[in-house]
Design a protein around this ligand. Structure first.
Ligand SMILES: *Cc1c(COP(=O)(O)O)cnc(C)c1O
Length: 219
């Protein structure tokens, strides 16, 4: 495994784009994250609360921790003190809990709404309409310790690049449509889309954050 070279080739493809690289470290041992840190990389994505907490405790404190996996309401409290951003918000109920825990920690937690764009049967994510209902709702105004910064989505896992492109394009259009909602706790700037196998398409379609794991850890 040559982490440095693998990351460099990804970074070469992100030059002249607004794209931030989130290195997905889920399932990787702490030593891998320490190696990344030694190379100067500090933006890590994890999908399980317990793993994120363990790694947070073991590693330097200037790392940006991105929660990218489905988040259960009863686990928000464990990551609320330190998480940098939550990509996977899929309900008003979860937002309310994030706000409550953020408040306890005297901070504001940035959040993205996870939008369901794939043709696959996945359990998580909002429709564009549900996302709009959240942004327009009166309850949202009460949440002063969150900030909704944009959307996250995953395309269908397929070799059909046209389909993937269409799905990312639809997420971009949803993003632009939702941008009209602007309050103290909504500021739409981020489109989190693109993984190892489809990030080049995502970048073309306007991604601002790619979440890449396996490509970086491959030998
Ligand atoms: C695992 C995962 C990724 C990274 O996937 P790779 O194919 O390893 O790049 C990105 N986003 C989410 C939500 C994930 O769960």
């Amino acid at each position: 495994m040559n982490l440095a070279n693998n990351i460099k080739s990804v970074e070469d493809n992100l030059v002249h784009t607004p794209c931030k690289l989130v290195i997905v470290t889920k399932m990787r041992p702490i030593q891998d994250l320490a190696d990344l840190y030694a190379l100067g990389y500090k933006i890590f994505g994890e999908n399980r609360v317990q793993d994120m907490v363990e790694k947070y405790e073991a590693l330097p404190k200037d790392i940006e921790w991105h929660m990218i996996g489905h988040l259960q309401t009863n686990k928000v409290k464990y990551i609320a003190p330190f998480v940098s951003i939550i990509h996977s918000v899929d309900s008003m109920h979860l937002l309310q809990e994030i706000d409550k825990q953020a408040k306890k920690n005297n901070r504001t937690i940035p959040c993205l709404l996870q939008i369901y764009i794939a043709q696959e049967d996945t359990k998580y994510g909002l429709t564009a309409h549900e996302a709009e209902q959240i942004l327009a709702s009166k309850e949202l105004v009460l949440l002063q310790n969150i900030k909704i910064c944009g959307v996250m989505g995953m395309a269908t896992f397929t070799d059909d690049s046209k389909q993937v492109q269409n799905e990312f394009n639809s997420l971009k259009n949803i993003f632009f449509n939702l941008q009209k909602y602007s309050t103290a706790n909504i500021n739409f700037t981020e489109i989190s889309m693109g993984m190892s196998h489809d990030y080049l398409i995502a970048v073309q379609e306007g991604s601002t954050m790619v979440r890449i794991g396996s490509l970086i850890f491959q030998s």
